[in-house]
Design a protein around this ligand. Sequence first.
Ligand SMILES: *[C@@H]1O[C@H](CO)[C@@H](O)[C@H](O)[C@H]1NC(C)=O
Ligand SMILES: *[C@@H]1O[C@H](CO)[C@@H](O)[C@H](O)[C@H]1NC(C)=O
Ligand SMILES: *[C@@H]1O[C@H](CO)[C@@H](O)[C@H](O)[C@H]1NC(C)=O
Ligand SMILES: *[C@@H]1O[C@H](CO)[C@@H](O)[C@H](O)[C@H]1NC(C)=O
Ligand SMILES: *[C@@H]1O[C@H](CO)[C@@H](O)[C@H](O)[C@H]1NC(C)=O
Ligand SMILES: *[C@@H]1O[C@H](CO)[C@@H](O)[C@H](O)[C@H]1NC(C)=O
Ligand SMILES: *[C@@H]1O[C@H](CO)[C@@H](O)[C@H](O)[C@H]1NC(C)=O
Ligand SMILES: *[C@@H]1O[C@H](CO)[C@@H](O)[C@H](O)[C@H]1NC(C)=O
Ligand SMILES: *[C@@H]1O[C@H](CO)[C@@H](O)[C@H](O)[C@H]1NC(C)=O
Length: 574
Amino acid sequence: MQSSWLLFALFSNWAVSSTLPRQLQWSPKTYGPDGPWHAVSIDLGSNKQPLDLYPGNTWHSNILGSSICANVLTCYAQQAGLYDSSTSTSVLTYANIDQVEQIDWTSGAMPLTGTHSVQFDTATVLAPNLFAVATIPNLSLQVIPNGYYTLPNGTNYLPEVGTLALGAESVNQTYPVVQSVENFNSSLISGYLYEAGQLASNSYGLHIGSVALGIPPSSLVGGYDQSRLLGVVTAQSYQLYSLPIDLLDIGIGVAEGGSPFADTSFSGLLAQGNSSIKVSIPVLIEATIPYLYLPGSTCDAIAAQLPVTFQSDYGLYFWNTTDPKYTRIVTSPAYLSFTFRLNQSNSQNMTIKVPFGLLNLTLQAPLINTPTQYFPCRPLTDSGSYTLGRAFLQAAFVGVNWQTDLNGAWFLAQAPGPNTPSTPVVTSIGFSDTSLTSSSNQWIDSWKGSWTVLDEGSSGTGGSTPGNHAGSKPKSLSSRAIAGIVIGVVILVAAVGALAYFCFWRRNRKPATTTQVTHNRLNSYERATVPATFEKSELPATHEYSRAELGSLNEERRAELGGTDERRVELAAS
Ligand SMILES: *[C@@H]1O[C@H](CO)[C@@H](O)[C@H](O)[C@H]1NC(C)=O
Ligand SMILES: *[C@@H]1O[C@H](CO)[C@@H](O)[C@H](O)[C@H]1NC(C)=O
Ligand SMILES: *[C@@H]1O[C@H](CO)[C@@H](O)[C@H](O)[C@H]1NC(C)=O
Ligand SMILES: *[C@@H]1O[C@H](CO)[C@@H](O)[C@H](O)[C@H]1NC(C)=O
Ligand SMILES: *[C@@H]1O[C@H](CO)[C@@H](O)[C@H](O)[C@H]1NC(C)=O
Ligand SMILES: *[C@@H]1O[C@H](CO)[C@@H](O)[C@H](O)[C@H]1NC(C)=O
Ligand SMILES: *[C@@H]1O[C@H](CO)[C@@H](O)[C@H](O)[C@H]1NC(C)=O
Ligand SMILES: *[C@@H]1O[C@H](CO)[C@@H](O)[C@H](O)[C@H]1NC(C)=O
Ligand SMILES: *[C@@H]1O[C@H](CO)[C@@H](O)[C@H](O)[C@H]1NC(C)=O
């Protein structure tokens, strides 16, 4: 009797807790070559192949296939794990697309080019809590046996980490009937768990945090960590493939104390020097790509205030780390502010502040031999949409309640700094919720101790060094200061020695860049075959995709998959 009561209690407890949000597992490893960034860990296939992936995007996950490292001597992609579908007994193959084309549809701001296979396999989404481990059969995948990003100067380089799609407006992804192959229903993580009664909604909440400044990442499906939302939350409708919002302005400000700049604040940087930007520009929020993809005029207007130099090979700005202003700015409470339209209103706005410390990112091999600090503004030149990637999302919370049929909403809010409670305030998103509740914590407190407050009135480019607090202007050096200098010199000598050793060691290894970065420009044939439908779907200005349009997109995609050109699509025998 008693034991059956115990069983009942256990069972009801399980039943009650079973729709609680689930946390995805973050990897202890971090990745570049433009971060470092956090990634989530999953196991894929019947033989549980471990993969670390950047969470974000919609519909299928982009998984790097094991052959991506073929013919590459130092293959950085191996570190996050590669997927070999031939060793999994649970994989289903829908189509192998051998034509080289643009693979990612999300924003087009940083196209990934290559070949791909539409496949489905069983994924184990690990979670810190044993009871929260979830197995998703037939997860919708786009496996990439061969793919590359292209630098603005035309040089290609391999992606290092695949992506984990966090959902879509539908609970599953149906691939249509093609020739003799039946249609397939593949799973999406939160949609599958919602359909299985294990989540309250088809939704997620994400804050990627910062590796360099120690902001722990947070990713939940079916809910969010309330301590990751501070202040006003904006809610707006999403699009079929993307999370669009209007960006009204970019400015510079200082949270407390003096300014490391000539002025205490700047505004109007978004439209500065560009008369065609009137009130706003539409931008997408996308956590699977790294930079701030903005008009060149905007990047230049921001860069004009910073000790940075544009590097045309990379389409990025390198910090001048020998300029005293560099350390002053990136260690100070100064921030870059992004003002957005609030709730799709034409009279209200909200601002997200990204401290410059988060914009001191590192470029590393295979992109560059020596780790180099860069400022992540990428002037968008070719196609694609203006997009705010991971650099921005270090300081912002993004969440989506997909509901179904594009009725849901997506959410953007200020995220905290390093002083964030380590125990999450796990909060469910209900099926029809169109708003999220933010924490009452203050943003400025979340950065206390992580930045150096400058003297009031110390604005300007004068030679004052960072950390020079009010009242601490020594006329003569104290013995403690002298001891500090002596220790500093010793450390500097050691650091120079270590650097020399490091350079020597590197020189004696195979030069990674030349092996990894291949010089394989897209030829005009390949350019011409990048599907036009993808480009159309990426335009953020075209709002309100209807089901019908989704259907017709699928139609075009089907035409592509099932076209008569047998070389292009090799259908799986079923
Ligand atoms: C896919 O989703 C639809 C609803 O959108 C549902 O009717 C169907 O049963 C689902 N299929 C599978 C295999 O889950
Ligand atoms: C995976 O998809 C295939 C094809 O739609 C289906 O036959 C199979 O039942 C699915 N597996 C699971 C576990 O749902
Ligand atoms: C996939 O789901 C649709 C409903 O969304 C259904 O009509 C179709 O039969 C399913 N296909 C398979 C192979 O399960
Ligand atoms: C000015 O803004 C327009 C509209 O966003 C953009 O197309 C153009 O490239 C920008 N010009 C420069 C120099 O960045
Ligand atoms: C592009 O830039 C990278 C980094 O500077 C360099 O290694 C590569 O040789 C350049 N490619 C071309 C075609 O100039
Ligand atoms: C970097 O800053 C130092 C110190 O202000 C200056 O001497 C040097 O010219 C700058 N380098 C570049 C490339 O601007
Ligand atoms: C910039 O970032 C690098 C890498 O995280 C770090 O070592 C360096 O201390 C940072 N610079 C400053 C001035 O904080
Ligand atoms: C944001 O709203 C405030 C208050 O209404 C207003 O003063 C400010 O000009 C707005 N900013 C932008 C960039 O629209
Ligand atoms: C924004 O919209 C959400 C959902 O409609 C609402 O709950 C919230 O109060 C709105 N915020 C403001 C400041 O109007």
